[in-house]
Design a protein around this ligand. Structure first.
Ligand code: F3S
Length: 421
């Protein structure tokens, strides 16, 4: 792999031991993928340091102790607890304190303690052709597909890339990877953000690791709808990028999206596909204790919508309603009086985490000293196919998937309101 003089200096340790370790890791990664050289990155969305795994936090502290700093604007991914109001989710205090230690390491390294899976709503907005890294698939997909930035689905190497501002040129950093593999003929009009999520889950299962090109939306999808679509595509499949011609830079037509102007495979996305996702994630007759909205972490616009739906109403006794979002968006919403409306209605507005990322996960093996005991839940009502999948897989409890509006109706009435009656 071709390296610059500065890359070589980093490998020689002339820019500190932490950067040498980072560059060694990136060179190993690049060689594994036959990268020809490295690119300069302009943004990094990095590992939070997950408190459920103490070693994770200690690794971030070790880097900060070694003098590591981020060389490019960097945001931190979702965490295992709300680092400020952890009591409202019932998180054990030792877990929250450990998560706060990770925040301390991020501050020392200079990365924003955003603790979110939607850093773009918190102001991190990479632009067309900017190389970047991301540990979160939802961020990778949104940045590739909506903003036209260039990102792979990265692991811990994202932290190393953030430290040295470099990354091996492979995968979605290459033009040839950013071409369509499947044409998706949209023969339905998704009605809500949740419908886009259901559609994405249905299509992602068929596209696998390819690039889906959507043709036939009756209108331009909103940013929140595109976010939900991408998150779900990346959940049922290994999708890292989708294309909506006219939305995804630089594609203006379907023909431009394919190597020879034509797709090799075509898929139909219709109402039956959307319905199949709702049916798949709705356990008939399941009881529930929790209603969740805000997956991916809610934008300011979504919070406005929740407040509109809840103003002057009350969540039913015995039901919890969780709204999850980034701390930045929560702060904006608080200033706008929206958090007060939600809290008056009995909702909990939670930052830094989500049901599947918090101490509810049964598949995690945290240090016993953290006192983590997942609660017994009869079921969770969700408005996102991604959250539904992870609630099933990680929390191991029944799910009921419906639209956002109906999820909130469910929380108020105490009776599940399905998307399709
Ligand atoms: Fe984010 Fe949790 Fe959903 S990490 S994308 S809110 S499953």
């Amino acid at each position: 792999m071709k390296l610059t003089r500065r890359d070589e200096e980093m490998l020689e340790g002339r820019h500190g031991l932490a950067n040498r370790r980072a560059m060694e890791g990136l060179v190993t990664l690049g060689r594994a993928y036959d990268a020809a050289d490295m690119v300069d990155i302009g943004y990094a969305h990095i590992h939070a340091g997950m408190a459920m795994y103490k070693d994770d936090v200690e690794l971030m502290e070790e880097l900060a102790d070694a003098g590591a700093t981020v060389a490019v604007p960097s945001s931190a991914n979702i965490a295992n607890a709300d680092t400020v109001n952890w009591r409202q989710t019932g998180a054990p205090e030792p877990l929250a304190r450990l998560q706060q230690r990770a925040a301390g390491a991020h501050r020392r390294m200079g990365s924003a303690c955003s603790f979110t899976c939607t850093p773009y709503w918190a102001g991190h907005w990479p632009t067309w052709n900017m190389h970047m890294v991301s540990i979160e698939s939802t961020v990778t997909i949104f940045c590739n597909s909506v903003l036209g930035a260039r990102s792979n689905r990265d692991g811990f190497f994202a932290v190393y890339a953030a430290m040295v501002g470099r990354y091996p040129r492979f995968g979605y950093h290459l033009d040839e990877q950013r071409l369509g593999t499947h044409l998706v003929r949209v023969e339905t009009a998704p009605e809500s953000i949740s419908d886009f999520s259901a559609l994405g889950f249905h299509v992602g299962a068929q596209v696998g690791g390819g690039v889906a090109v959507f043709a036939g939306f009756s209108r331009r999808p909103s940013l929140d709808e595109l976010d939900a679509l991408g998150a779900a595509l990346g959940t049922s499949g290994g999708v890292s990028m989708f294309i909506v011609p006219g939305v995804t830079p630089p594609y203006g037509s379907v023909e431009q999206c394919f190597a020879n102007g034509r797709p090799s495979q075509a898929i139909v996305a219709d109402q039956a596909g959307i319905r199949a996702t709702y049916d798949h994630f709705t356990d008939p007759g399941a009881a529930f204790d929790l209603v969740h909205v805000g997956c991916p972490h809610a934008s300011f616009e979504e919070i406005k919508d929740y407040a509109r739906l809840l103003e002057g109403r009350r969540v039913k006794d015995g039901v919890e309603l969780w709204v999850t979002t980034s701390r930045s968006v929560r702060n904006m919403a608080a200033e706008a009086g929206l958090v007060a409306i939600l809290e008056r209605a009995g909702a909990k507005v939670i930052s830094d985490t989500c049901p599947m990322s918090c101490h509810f996960a049964r598949t995690a093996s945290p240090d016993p000293a953290l006192g983590v005991k997942p609660p017994e839940l009869r079921g969770i009502v969700v408005d996102s196919a991604k959250q539904a999948k992870y609630v099933r897989d990680m929390i191991r409890c029944p799910t009921l998937l419906t639209s956002t509006e109906r999820a909130i109706e469910t929380a108020v009435s105490g009776r599940f309101v399905p998307r399709f009656p």
